[in-house]
Design a protein around this ligand. Structure first.
Ligand code: N01
Length: 495
């Protein structure tokens, strides 16, 4: 992509009307959106970010062992590959720094207002008007929500949690400089987060208890360190890093991307790798406790070569008895046993279906967000909503969150949105929103196609909404890119 690194050059690319644009959220989705806007020459935008820095997930999370479970070469923008990744799966701070550096490189960073949570958005008199939590207001021709998915931490409803004498904290609300050395620590939850924490905690804690409600399938993926020579080669031959990007993308999309949407060799191979990994546990009783009774990838597949060795360390204990309650000294399981603790870590996940909430939205003489999403979030092709003119989402409902890298998803959606804004700039429309019947058709089709996906094969996971329908994409990555590249204009209300 030819994004100019100079604002003046990119501005020159625009010939028509100059839109005013508001972007909400500056995680990897918002940054991708900002870059695409800059590329198109739409530099009159402000990005509002409620945190004090950019990064979204990678800003809020800094628990021990935090790493991306997608290879870093694929968890970056295709147009701005890093030649400096330290590992195959890099840690949180390194990923956050990549997005900060990229936002700065493309002059997005200076358009961000931090500590600026948006409370409400109104569409009135042909414009979007927003109100911030601090009372400030702003208006624009286009409103783009890039508010993220795994944002709102889920706190478990465990009796007595407030009575605990020690510290209780959610992994997404970690404390800087928290010292867990020589302490007795519990991790409740064994999704990607809980499992990542066990090895680093066993390195320093006196005792680590992993409270498991449901076992997870775990695929082993050694986290290779990249050599200085390899990095130098990429710096000397920049096409090499693009080659790595597309190579990893090809493998991930053919393997995981296809495996989740239909049965076949990809799903079977992932299952074999998981079973082989599980068989590495020699203690039969422990292996049994760690054996899931559902198809691999039904829940988000956990990638780790460290968990099984770590949970077999002398200072680690897997607890499969269900938690009964918490009291001052620790956690009491249903067998009446008290596990004495200093710290309880809640790796209990997120409210994944709460896109944009708690922000409210309303259109004059039109819909309110809370009404249209009463039965769960719903969109047209993941990016727009009927009745909400000139409004778009990056990582909106049913984005392919379980299929492909979110960086790639954000790129595709940002480009789609920018193309519409270009049309506005060229005077091709004043307002645009998808038709209700097209949105209904899309969602019906989506639900129908979910039947073949692994997410509906019989497990509970954050992919499922309240009615049990996965909030992901039931088709291939190529179809996603193709659909968003070729919008069907007849499916939109255009004025
Ligand atoms: O959350 P989860 P997560 N009592 O919802 C358990 C991404 N991520 O934070 O399975 C006891 O997957 C719950 O048990 P069960 C990644 O996409 C990415 O781990 O419902 N246990 C489960 O074990 C991931 O999928 C990276 O029976 C309770 C766990 O808590 C997503 O974030 C790194 C409980 C929740 O698992 C979410 O992962 C980390 C209760 N009351 C995460 N309530 C990257 O590398 C819940 N649980 C990008």
């Amino acid at each position: 992509m030819g994004v100019s690194e100079s604002e003046n050059i990119s501005s020159a690319a625009v010939g028509g009307r100059k839109p005013r644009i508001i972007v909400i959220g500056m995680g990897l989705s918002g940054v991708a959106m900002g870059i695409r806007l800059m590329e198109a020459g739409f530099s009159d935008f402000t990005a509002y970010e409620k945190a004090e820095d950019l990064g979204g997930t990678w800003h809020y999370n800094f628990y021990p062992g935090l790493r991306c479970d997608v290879p870093s070469y694929y968890y970056q923008y295709s147009f701005s590959p890093s030649t400096n990744w330290s590992h195959r799966f890099c840690g949180g701070p390194e990923i956050k720094q990549y997005y900060i550096d990229t936002a700065k490189k493309y002059h997005v960073y200076e358009r961000i207002k931090f500590n600026s949570g948006v409370k409400h958005a109104d569409y009135k008199d042909g414009q979007w008007h927003i109100e911030l939590e601090n009372g400030d207001t702003d208006s624009a021709d286009f409103l783009i929500a890039a508010c993220g998915i795994l944002v709102r931490p889920k706190y478990p409803d465990i009796p007595g949690l407030d009575d605990f004498d020690g510290k209780v904290l959610h992994t997404a609300r970690w404390e800087k400089d928290l010292d867990l050395k020589d302490l007795n620590v519990a991790v409740i939850g064994n999704g990607s987060t809980g499992i990542q924490m066990i090895k680093p905690l066993t390195d320093i804690c006196k005792k680590v208890y992993s409270f498991q409600r449901t076992p997870q399938w775990i695929v082993p993926v050694p986290n290779r360190k990249y050599t200085a020579v390899g990095k130098k080669m990429q710096q000397l031959f920049p096409p090499l890093s693009k080659f790595y990007y597309y190579g990893v993308r090809f493998v991930m999309e053919r393997m995981m991307g296809v495996g989740v949407i239909r049965d076949g060799w990809a799903r079977r191979n992932v299952a074999r790798a998981c079973q082989w990994n599980l068989n590495s546990i020699k203690d039969f009783a422990l292996r049994k406790k760690l054996t899931p009774d559902y198809t691999p990838m039904c829940k988000r597949l956990v990638m780790s070569s460290e968990f099984y060795p770590a949970i077999q360390r002398p200072n680690a204990q897997l607890v499969t008895e269900h938690i009964d309650h918490v009291e001052a000294k620790g956690i009491v399981t249903e067998d009446g046993k008290l596990h004495e603790l200093d710290v309880i870590c809640l790796a209990t996940g997120y409210y994944a279906a709460e896109h944009m909430l708690p922000m409210t939205m309303a259109v004059e003489n039109g819909p309110k967000l809370e009404d249209v999403w009463k039965g769960g979030p719903r969109a047209y092709r993941t990016v727009s909503m009927p009745g909400f003119p000139n409004f778009f989402m990056v990582m909106g409902p049913n984005s392919p969150v379980g299929n492909i890298s979110l960086a790639s998803v954000a790129e595709t959606q940002s480009e789609h949105i920018t193309n519409f804004i270009k049309m506005w700039s060229d005077g091709k429309f004043e307002t645009l929103a998808p038709k209700e019947e097209a949105t209904e058709r899309f969602n019906k089709d989506l639900v129908e196609n979910m039947k073949d996906t692994v997410w509906t094969t019989g497990c509970a996971s954050w992919y499922l909404d309240e009615s049990g329908v996965p909030v992901s994409w039931p088709w291939t990555a190529n179809k996603f890119r193709d659909d968003l590249k070729h919008p069907k204009l007849y499916e939109y209300e255009i004025s």
